[in-house]
Write a protein that binds this ligand. Sequence first.
Ligand code: FAD
Ligand code: UDP
Length: 394
Amino acid sequence: NPDLPDLVVVGSGFFGLTIAERVANELGKRVLVLERRHHIGGNAYSEAEPETGIEVHVYGAHLFHTSNQRVWDYVNRFTTFTNYQHRVFAKYQGQVYSFPMNLGLINQFFGKSHTPDEARALIAEQASEIETSEAENLEEKAISLIGRPLYEAFVQGYTAKQWQTDPKNLSADIITRLPVRYTFNNRYFNDTYEGLPTDGYTAWLERMADHPGIEVRLETDFFDVKDEYLGKVPVVYTGPVDEYFGNSEGRLSWRTVDLEPEVMAVDDFQGTSVMNYNDADIPFTRIHEFKHFHPERDYPEAKGRTVIVREYSRAAEKDDEPYYPINTAEDRAKLLKYRDLAKQEPMVLFGGRLGTYKYLDMHMAIGSALSMFDNKIRPHFESGAPLSSGGVDE
Ligand code: FAD
Ligand code: UDP
């Protein structure tokens, strides 16, 4: 059928667009991208807040960072990056601390100036009640690393709000993402490259899709049109893996966030882009002030005004956006069953955050799409290699 594309991509997030761009540009094939939202870009999509013109990341603040040279070279074909470096501050009991945990926070919290060695000795003593290698959950792991006082101030309340779960019932590795430094370095990321797309995420995403071989069909749910394509052309599916199989093995659990934007009648609300709220009795986890992501921009309509977004976290219900995999033991058992089912779909590849049920940063989603292109899609189109060898991309 000459009307059929060579490849269908379900979802126009970074994973789907990377596949579409590579297949159109490198292989000269025709790609149809189906997207059920009214816009492209998945969760990285951003738009100008109408009153102020300030760029707001609609699905939560997105900071680009990577140490992967290949991904960095690839993304620079579509956008330049500013020199933005992410820093987060933390509010607890009416005081503001420099975050993540560093010498500044330790000195301020304990009301005394410590040298790096003194701070290390202090924290080691406070953390001695639990051996790190014996820590079995997030609470024990955190206490074994930073001691009880810092845990109770900066981790316990925030984590309970973010996961709506007692930290004793959360996996220990969640906390290893948060560094503790015995210097005054308060950069949030350790990666080689970091920055924000100079003219915004949406311009970047649109440039990836801008190719005569790529057609993007918005407000189109794959499940409404799948019979036209399934079994006829290869499909790269980046939607939720459980939904693909009609939730036959049960729903995978996700955490969602509620984002409440508000235009404030002040030039500057909090003096920085992200403030964490660590007290347990404040219902939101953090406030983003989007102006501060682009200090190099002149937002003329935003004089005397600013946009803040309060972020609340909770378990996702049926119609909520799935954001972070909760990944309980039950979820992992279901995921194995879905992977077996995926192996039985020879013409469908599953990828991306939702398709693999993995939290992927943008650079990881892009890197994993580049690998899928190299290892499966190019060999399939160039020499007829079978598409699916294992189903879910690991
Ligand atoms: P998505 O962007 O989710 O795209 C999937 C697309 O598929 C969606 O547009 C969806 O509508 C579409 N779709 C699903 N099902 C169907 C269907 N049946 N038919 C048609 N279309 C369908 N990464 C960072 O690097 N830095 C950050 O600071 C950062 N912050 C984040 C903050 C939040 C709150 C969240 C949730 C994520 C954050 N990320 C961040 C991760 C980033 O969003 C992901 O890496 C990226 O979105 C992954 O791209 P993807 O293509 O896999 O998925
Ligand atoms: N965390 C915390 N206190 C903070 C910030 C983070 O205890 O002020 C913990 C929390 O458990 C969280 C984890 O560290 O889930 C990772 O934090 P990160 O900021 O990376 O979360 P994300 O930005 O992905 O929501």
